[in-house]
Design a binder for this molecule. Structure first.
Ligand code: GLU
Length: 419
């Protein structure tokens, strides 16, 4: 596994050099503020005790409470969590929401455990985190292999540790909750919805007609499936999908709604009727206009990026960190537009912010309000990144960093460093 935190540092250095970021602020932002590593025991269904490693890295809270998801995956380790936490700081700054950046997770393969084991793993981790999370301090959310149910368990565990009279004031300790447990309408689809708004803004900007477009998607979890389904009403056609079970293609079109039903029943895209099974290289060579990587890190590299077809016009990064630095350089050479992760997939944390506000104010917004506000945030972020790309004559990832770093620089200059 490549060290994705090394990628983050190099992305950061490139932007900081280009914009001339204040050297003191550069030092502050180049390391995470806090890192929590917890080894905790959980009793399995057969009575055995197993040990798990859980992480929470809090990169920066200058703009607001630490905020970011929890990921349950075998590849979770401290450097990956550092990288993901750092990207969260930039993400919130770009879409102008008052949060800092954090990320966490547990190194585990959830497919190996029963539901009751997963519940005990989650609750024991939440309990062990204790006061390292909190509604005004650090607010987890779903990420890879975690969902609204995971958040409900964390919420219930956290509230159980508080005095009874304080419990109703702490509903916003996690976001991405089930709607019946204080979640927001529109949060489940929010990351995919944000990806689609970002693609829509790009299409307007480039006078590109989405009603005749084709797209392919890597990953068919929360982000990939929602993106695929929400692009369909624009008239665009899904032609290939890849997930952990394999890759499928049909140049005549794949119905993303029917594919979602298949995935819910079979656990993956493989075997979906009317499609042909293809290998990984053939998938990345798909002839289509839009590619949405919505799985894990390091998918577009020196080896794989050259495979992208000449027809591909834009990469919309639904995943965090799907393209490494070599991949970026090759996209640039090929003249493929890039909607970088810290802009393109910010819809999740934006609607997390809306959920957090609704909880604090005891309000319930309707879907039109949530979607309308999300659209404005994403499109505003797009316009700021575009302006920075023009002003500094840089690629869009560097431009996105410049937007985030400039915002943090203004704040630190005003506040100063204690003492
Ligand atoms: N895990 C999502 C992300 O990577 C959402 C984080 C959040 O809502 O706090 O952006």
């Amino acid at each position: 596994m490549r060290n994705v935190y090394g990628t983050v540092i190099r992305q950061f250095d490139r932007a900081a050099d280009r914009m001339g970021l204040d050297p003191s602020i550069r030092k502050i932002l180049s390391v995470p503020m806090n890192e929590v590593v917890i080894n905790f025991p959980v009793k399995m269904d057969d009575g055995r005790i197993e040990m798990f490693a859980g992480y929470r890295v809090q990169h920066n809270d200058a703009l607001g409470p630490f905020k970011g998801g929890l990921r349950f995956h075998p590849a979770v380790e401290i450097n990956e969590v550092r990288a993901l936490a750092t990207w969260m700081t930039w993400k919130s700054a770009i879409v102008d929401i008052p949060f800092g950046g954090a990320k966490g997770g547990i190194q585990c393969d959830p497919s190996l455990y029963s539901e009751s084991e997963m519940q005990r793993i989650t609750r024991r981790f939440a309990f062990s985190l204790g006061a390292n999370i909190g509604p005004e301090y650090d607010i987890p959310a779903p990420d890879v292999n975690t969902n609204a149910q995971t958040m409900a368990w964390i919420l219930d565990t956290y509230l159980s540790t508080l005095p009874p009279g304080d419990r109703h004031r702490a509903l916003h300790v996690v976001t991405g909750k089930p709607v019946e447990a204080g979640g927001s309408i529109g949060r489940d689809k929010a990351t995919g919805q944000g990806v689609v708004y970002c693609i829509e803004r790009w299409a307007q900007d480039r006078s590109f007609d989405l009603s005749n477009a084709t797209y392919f998607v890597q990953g068919f979890g929360n982000v990939g499936s929602w993106t695929a389904r929400l692009l369909k009403p624009y008239g665009s056609k899904l032609v290939a999908v890849e997930d952990h079970t394999g890759a499928i293609a049909n140049p005549a079109g794949i119905d993303p709604d029917e594919l979602s039903v298949h995935v819910a029943q079979h656990g993956g895209v493989a075997g979906f009727s009317g499609t042909e099974a293809i290998d990984h290289e053939a998938f990345l060579r798909t002839q289509a206009d839009i590619f949405v990587p919505a799985a894990l890190e390091n998918q577009l590299t020196a080896e794989t990026t050259p495979w992208l077809d000449v027809k591909v016009k834009v990469i919309a990064e639904g995943a965090n960190g799907p393209t490494d630095l070599d991949g970026d350089a090759i996209l640039d050479e090929k003249g493929i537009d890039l909607l970088p992760d810290i802009l393109c997939n910010a819809g999740g944390v934006v609607v997390s912010y809306f959920e957090w506000l609704q909880n604090k104010r005891s309000e319930f917004w309707d879907l039109d309000e949530v979607d309308g506000k999300l659209r404005r945030r994403i499109m505003g972020g797009y316009d700021r990144v575009r302006a920075a790309a023009d002003e500094f004559d840089v690629d869009w990832r560097t431009a996105a960093y410049i937007v985030a770093l400039a915002r943090l620089e203004r704040l630190y200059k005003r506040r100063g460093i204690f003492p």
